[in-house]
Design a protein around this ligand. Structure first.
Ligand SMILES: [Fe+2]
Length: 359
């Protein structure tokens, strides 16, 4: 009862006054309302007219709400692929989605395919490499932390939903950092983590991804980011961790493994989590990868179709490009076992924002 009344009060507090819209819609006003999904993390946002371009004021309001709540759920936007991409461009340049192990189905190169359907529009068969590849989506992670140019927002849209299961869970990394034991804070404070997508693939599917292929390793090499960072709200510190983390730079294998485990065990506690149910086709959930983690949950993936498409916005904050790290031979392959691999290469130079827009 007490919790409910607090949430209702917070909802009232967040009622944003009517906003003037952009040129094409200057005579229209709307009220954007955020209803919290928990005391301090996640909110469902209503009052946005998705049939028209968003005005700069509404975009700013969404960014403010994102900074406050980390995860925003928008119901029944009815956006199609083009509308989805156009919406996300309000927040910056978009990643080009990789299509490794799973050829792209969506109409735009900026839409990552997060569903269980193949290019032939059929359910991806169990035990295929594409099927194994998606298993790591069930581990706690943050999107694209394995890129040296990391991402800010992910916006995931439901195109086709299974009758049951498949909700997405989110974890609040600002609160997780706040409550991190001081001894771990001391160790994590200056730590740099190596994020490698093929590490999380191996964790989720050790038989299939014992050794990533040459093509996979070359296409997505590891990236390096600080473990503790200033959150996008400009006030809070946050943990930037994920199941993609293979090692902590400069630590022995034993210490590195122990620290990664301690940080992830702490960050994955139920008290930091919320679950968002997908209710309708056209629902979008947008989260800030810089201060949250998320994971997919199970559904009957050999019986039911699930088509989910995601845009991913490049970060342009102070930590967007992470930490450039010159790798030594002793730094590589601590946890993957193997010898010469991608880690012997330098991290790639990233594109400028203009280059990305020119794609
Ligand atoms: Fe993800």
């Amino acid at each position: 009862m007490q919790k409910t009344s607090r949430l209702l009060q917070a909802s009232r507090d967040l009622c944003i006054p009517p906003l003037r819209r952009g040129l094409a819609t200057a005579t229209t006003t709307t009220t954007v309302r955020a209803t919290p999904l928990s005391e301090r993390f996640g909110a469902e946002v209503s009052g946005i007219d998705w049939s028209r371009p968003l005005s700069p004021e509404v975009v700013r309001t969404i960014i403010e709400l994102q900074n406050k709540w980390g995860v925003l759920a928008f119901r029944q936007t009815n956006l199609n692929d083009d509308g989805h991409v156009t919406y996300s461009r309000n927040f910056g340049a978009l990643e080009t989605a990789h299509a490794l192990n799973k050829p792209r189905r969506a109409s735009s190169v900026h839409l990552y395919d997060a569903g269980n359907l193949g290019p032939d529009d059929k359910i991806i068969p169990q035990h295929s490499r594409a099927w194994w590849h998606t298993k790591a989506n069930g581990l706690w992670h943050t999107d694209s932390s394995f890129r040296q140019h990391r991402s800010s927002y992910s916006a995931l849209r439901a195109v086709e939903l299974p009758p049951a299961g498949g909700q997405t869970k989110y974890a609040d990394m600002r609160t997780a950092y706040l409550e991190l034991p001081q001894d771990l804070k001391d160790v994590a404070k200056n730590a740099v983590a190596e994020h490698w997508i093929w590490h999380s693939r191996k964790l989720a599917a050790p038989g299939e991804f014992e050794k990533p292929t040459e093509e996979e390793r070359t296409a997505i090499p590891p990236a390096y980011h600080k473990v503790v960072q200033l959150a996008p709200d400009g006030v809070s510190d946050t943990l930037y961790v994920a199941s993609h983390i293979r090692k902590i730079v400069g630590m022995s294998e034993r210490d590195s493994t122990a620290l990664i485990k301690a940080l992830l065990d702490h960050a994955q506690q139920e008290k930091y989590q919320i679950g968002v149910k997908w209710k309708n086709v056209g629902d979008i959930v947008q989260w800030d990868n810089r201060c949250t983690m998320h994971r997919a949950t199970a559904f009957k993936d050999q019986e039911n179709r699930r088509d989910m498409r995601r845009t991913t916005v490049f970060d342009y904050g102070n930590a967007a490009f992470g930490v450039k790290h010159e790798l030594g031979r002793s730094d590589v392959d601590l946890l993957v076992g193997g010898s010469r691999d991608i880690a012997a290469e330098r991290t790639p130079e990233t594109q400028t924002q203009q280059q990305i827009f020119d794609l």
